[in-house]
Design a protein around this ligand. Structure first.
Ligand code: FES
Length: 118
């Protein structure tokens, strides 16, 4: 099958001959479904606390991750003002009420253990 496609760029008309090989709608779709899935998949972060491990999406609310882990910070203002809910995540201090789950560290040793939440 052959067909012509007419495209206009900045007023210049371009006519292209499209052969049957590329005319089907599947011609430019990748047949590799795994590549498509990885581009939309979330980056997960492994968190550990007291021997319990959970994998949560990086950038998700830390408050929900703490609840999943069983860590119970003391919430007071719930706005990030007082600091009473501050937890240590992999050595960084983050206010749990407004903080986000950090991305997984690049170091292999920390990846295997997960970020420890205290
Ligand atoms: S509850 Fe006050 S900073 Fe989180």
């Amino acid at each position: 099958m052959m067909s012509f496609a007419r495209v206009s760029i900045n007023g210049i008309a371009i006519t292209a001959l499209i052969c049957g090989l590329f005319a089907s709608s599947d011609a430019f779709v990748s047949s590799n479904n795994s590549a498509r899935r990885t581009s939309t998949s979330l980056h997960m972060t492994l968190l550990t606390a007291g021997g319990k491990k959970v994998e949560v999406p990086a950038g998700s609310p830390l408050k929900a991750a703490c609840a999943k882990l069983g860590v119970k910070p003391k919430y007071s203002c719930n706005k990030g003002d007082c600091g009473s809910c501050t937890v240590s995540v992999g050595g960084s201090r983050i206010k749990a009420c407004v903080g986000k789950v950090p991305p997984q560290p690049k170091l292999k040793s920390l990846q295997e253990k997960g970020l420890e939440v205290k």
